[in-house]
Ligand binder design. Structure first.
Ligand SMILES: NC(=O)CC[C@H](N)C(=O)O
Length: 380
């Protein structure tokens, strides 16, 4: 399936959207074919963190930044053990990576991991198309997979939809593991892995938390077997409407009043656990430059996002839920999408975005401290 980088760059490739729009370019990374949901990311840095974020499972990521691969690939920045994006779309790949940490070129790494991509297309036109028509299914084809456009389009139209996709168990760890606290251990946290990013556990460990990462199908008994001071629900791929099992585990945690924190998928699960619905956004939020207001302080922070779904909750009123009162704590200033939830009668909160933000910005790192405060409060 893979060829050398230099060979791939000369191989024609075609990107076919489910509505029939077609872009022609050159193969990038592996030569072959791939399918997924086309989404765009506006991050200008941090492509390694993006590629290895398990929440991108089954998504073909279009980079709006025109020049990608400049700093090559290092062994420090991956968020998980592999690249998860289903495909990668860039306008103008770096020919010569340059960075003191770089070990390989990005196109070589994509090829080595069998990730099919395309370069040399008008990513601005593609992004505008996705903004107008919404995220949609896509295929990338190069090498032996070339066929007439109608045949390729028919295949793209058979790709499963992201709506209704239950994917967390496909990316999460199968065995529990422990990330030790850095320095003195102060707390134990049970972290339900729905597609966790490595830096999330690190940010907790840096605060003296011993993190017990549990598989997506962990039961309430598994969670309490580690005698947690707090419970965490991670980010993850797929449609939160399918996450019935984590929702039921979270309800048990809320019932017991254990401090609880959720990120991204975890925020959608908290929304569902307390009775709100979730819905698919037209084209989602992905990038590292999204303005969010913390309504509990009024402060605006610039934040990292990767979500295609959101919680449907009233912005300007406190809601009565089966677990007491709840409010929307954070909101996206671009489009008023719910970006965080807070329970007023239980020690539980969550955000839709990424305070661990390994590629930065770090404005939202205080949320890990809030989780620590909740656990301290419970002990006092
Ligand atoms: N990063 C995430 O956890 C994403 C959550 C969910 N899969 C979404 O697209 O909205």
């Amino acid at each position: 399936m893979t060829t050398s980088t230099r060979g791939a760059a000369r191989t024609p490739a075609v990107l076919v959207l489910e509505d029939g729009r077609i872009f022609r370019g050159r193969a990038y990374g592996a030569v072959g074919e791939t399918f997924g949901e086309a989404v765009f990311s506006t991050g200008m840095t941090g492509y390694q963190e993006t590629l290895t974020d398990p929440s991108y499972h089954r998504q073909v990521v279009v980079m709006t930044a025109p020049h990608v691969g400049n700093t090559g690939v290092n062994d420090d920045d991956p968020e998980s053990r592999r690249i998860w994006v289903a495909g990668y779309v860039v306008r103008d790949p770096a020919r010569v990576p340059s960075n003191w940490r770089s070990r390989r070129a990005l196109d070589e790494e994509l090829a080595a991991q069998g990730v099919v991509g395309i370069s040399g297309i008008d990513t601005r036109a593609l992004t505008r198309h996705l903004r107008e028509r919404g995220a949609m299914r896509v295929g990338i084809f190069s090498g032996d997979t070339a066929a007439d456009d109608a045949t390729l389009l028919a295949r793209v139209q058979e790709v499963p939809l992201m709506k209704g996709a239950d994917l967390a168990a496909e990316v999460a760890t199968r065995e529990p593991y422990v990330v030790p606290a850095v320095g003195e251990k102060k707390f134990t946290v049970a972290a339900v892995d729905l597609g966790i990013k490595g830096m999330t556990a690190q940010r907790m460990a840096q605060r003296g938390i011993e993190v017990h990462v549990l598989p997506a199908n962990a039961t309430v008994d598994d969670v309490y077997a580690v005698e947690p001071d707090g419970v965490f629900f991670s980010n993850g791929p797929g449609d939160p409407a399918t996450a019935d099992h984590p929702v039921s585990v979270m309800r048990a945690v809320l019932e017991r009043g254990t401090p609880l924190f959720g990120i991204c998928f975890g925020n959608q699960i908290l929304g569902r656990a307390i009775g709100f619905g979730t819905y698919k956004l037209k084209y989602g939020h992905r990038g590292i430059n999204q303005p969010v207001q913390d309504r509990t302080t009024g402060k605006v922070e610039i934040t990292t996002h990767n979500h295609g779904f959101a919680v449907d909750a009233p912005l300007d009123q406190v809601s009565d839920t089966p677990f007491g009162r709840a409010e929307v704590s954070h909101v996206c200033l671009n489009d008023n999408v719910v970006e965080g939830l807070r329970l007023l009668d239980k020690p539980a909160f969550s955000v839709q975005y990424h305070p661990e933000a390994a590629a930065g910005p770090h404005d939202a790192a205080y949320l890990f401290d809030r989780f620590v405060s909740l656990m301290e409060g419970q002990r006092a």
